[in-house]
Design a protein around this ligand. Sequence first.
Ligand SMILES: [Fe+2]
Ligand SMILES: [Fe+2]
Length: 226
Amino acid sequence: MVELSRRQFLQLAMASSLICALPAHGEKESHKELKECPATISVLHEAYIAEMSAYEHYESFRDKALQENYPNIAYLFHAFSVSEEIHADNYKAVLESSGEKMGAVNIEIHMKDTKKNLREAANIEMRKIEIIYPELLKKLESEAYDEAVSSCMYSWKSHQQHKDMISELLKYARFFLSVIVGRIEEMKFDFYVCKVCGSTLAEQPLAPCFICNKSMANYQKIQKPV
Ligand SMILES: [Fe+2]
Ligand SMILES: [Fe+2]
């Protein structure tokens, strides 16, 4: 018998040992100009495309889940899409503040069913945590442009939250994903996303954001998609 209580699910949002407070945007400004940092500009473009891809995938996963009558899983994917869009917007804001032009982003999505999309979501988050962001952060080291580094750290830590939530669900699924999908649909929860860093929680925050350290007033309650 699969057991996943609401309490266990809510704990997922707090589960990452990697999470710690980061300086908020603007608290420690870079002294150099972005145009003097070609490696950073390249990383910001790459990260923007990666986040837009995640955003569009989660929007598609949400729509498919709604179509297949899995409203709670649609809600999970919707909350993640809001978070990913915040990450993309953060990179775009840094680039546009120095006059960088954003190119068009073409994302190809191969639509599968919701059960497969849950596994795909876990893979997306794992790739970001273990491969993409460590590589991007490494490339930022030499130029150390503060706003780029903090934006990347916000994204990396938010993805850890996403991955923990999905992995916890999949851990209970084992070979019977249909069972866990049914259980998720019996649960009641609300998602909150920080507008500054994209931190994603499955319960209302009671303290400043533990990723960006900004006020908890920045957390917006995400409406359930219909
Ligand atoms: Fe993201
Ligand atoms: Fe935050």
